[in-house]
Design a protein around this ligand. Structure first.
Ligand SMILES: C[S@@+](CC[C@H](N)C(=O)[O-])C[C@H]1O[C@@H](n2cnc3c(N)ncnc32)[C@H](O)[C@@H]1O
Length: 386
């Protein structure tokens, strides 16, 4: 049996806080949830299934396919066990691979040492079998071997994604403080957004939340936007079945939805960037863009989600000005968004208090190392804090 059709464990990693949304996505994609950690969910399937998962999953970072699991106490044992794996079946002799790792073993002070041991074992094995040495380095855009080593438990994975799935490929123009695409998708899903009602996104910055909202509403697989995955460089990768799978998944998407998506920002430059990003993502015709102060954003009748991701003032002196902005967000919610559920995504809870409305839910996320909250405000009449 080819390794492409053999069933094994699949681990999908994600940012802390995203786990409940990733689990839900795995289940609704038809895969079981076998176990979970703080920032990963374990499921099972074949290598062929990982192609599907790479296309469908919105909130995960890497899809890891388990090749081997064993016990190793020392770097030498690790080397021996890794060189027993038939790497010649996976990596072309003239291919390129890199090694990433998550290591916590008493004999290893610097995880780079474990990576080098792993890399040497792979190269030496292929050299012995074929007489040629594949190239290796730190680039993640071709084959990626992932080493997980905790005490003496060692698991060797193929990272079928390579570059993290947050790199969808549509955000070409860098702006300050953009949200990762996978985090933006999780934040949108946390509101229950499916494309019903409207999605209003003042302070849209580079447009990530609005673009992900459009992809969700259309049921478009985010992975279709990317043309390179690690699995494409493995031996036995079948280009024509990959194309068929992409076509099939593309055909499952809708070409319209009922609600409106509105994205505005006070910065003209941000709105230009957001428009270009939306165009690259193929959703520009589903988003109405505008340049204005957030309080002037048009809020259509019919209700839905109003989502704001204001700055959180990491530099000294910024906070006083931002206090006023957060207070005005509360006024905007009260005055203009009465049929809506209001959301503020922020890393600064003191500032969030200035919104001055009662929160319904507070969901913890991590934007890189910063602990953040998605705060939900029910804006119906009668829900106001006295
Ligand atoms: C943290 S960034 C949003 C990042 C966005 N979520 C993304 O993924 O790119 C905050 C944005 O709020 C905008 N902004 C700040 N004050 C504003 C105001 N009064 N009205 C409208 N937009 C404002 C900034 O121009 C900036 O683009």
């Amino acid at each position: 049996m080819s390794f492409w059709t053999r069933k094994s464990r699949i681990v999908i990693t994600c940012a802390k806080g995203v786990l409940p949304f990733l689990k839900q996505e795995i289940l609704s994609s038809g895969f079981p949830v076998l176990s979970q950690g703080l920032a990963e969910v374990e499921t099972e399937g074949t290598m062929e299934d990982t192609l599907r998962l790479n296309l469908l999953i919105r909130t995960g970072q890497h899809i890891l396919f388990l090749l081997e699991s064993f016990h190793a106490k020392t770097p030498d044992e690790l080397y021996k066990r890794i060189s027993r794996i038939s790497w010649e079946d996976y990596i072309p002799e003239d291919g390129y691979f890199s090694v990433t790792s998550s290591v916590n073993n008493p004999t290893i002070k610097d995880s780079r040492f474990a990576n080098v041991k792993c890399k040497d074992a792979v190269v030496d094995r292929i050299k012995e079998k074929s007489g040629r040495r594949p190239d290796s380095g730190s680039e993640r855009n071709r084959i990626v071997v992932h080493l997980y080593w905790r005490r003496d438990l060692c698991q060797i994975f193929l990272d079928t994604s390579g570059e993290p799935l947050s790199k969808r490929g549509y955000r070409m123009i860098p702006l300050k403080a953009p949200m990762q695409e996978t985090l933006a998708a999780a934040v949108d899903l946390a509101t229950g957004w499916t494309g019903n009602g409207n999605f209003v996104n003042p302070m849209c910055g580079s447009g990530t939340l609005a673009i992900e909202a459009a992809l969700i509403a259309l049921g478009r697989a985010p992975g279709l936007l990317r043309s390179n995955y690690s699995f494409m460089h493995l031996k036995g990768f079948n280009e024509s079945s990959w194309k068929t799978l992409r076509r099939k998944i593309r055909a499952e998407a809708k070409d319209r939805f009922d609600g409106r998506i509105i994205a505005t920002d006070v910065s003209q430059q941000a709105v230009e960037a957001a428009k270009k990003n939306a165009m690259t993502a193929g959703v520009d015709r589903f988003i109405e863009f505008g340049v204005c102060d957030f309080s002037e954003t048009p809020v259509p009748n019919g209700g839905g989600v109003v989502m704001l991701n204001p700055e959180y003032g990491e530099r000294l002196g910024e906070e006083d000005k931002l206090k006023e902005t957060y207070k005005k967000i509360g006024d905007f919610f009260k005055k203009k968004c009465q049929e809506y559920k209001g959301y503020v995504f922020t890393g600064n809870l003191d500032l969030a208090k200035k919104v001055g409305l009662r929160t319904n839910r507070r969901i913890t996320f991590f934007n890189g190392p910063i602990e953040c909250r998605l705060l939900e405000y029910e804006l119906y009449e009668g829900s106001r804090k006295k």
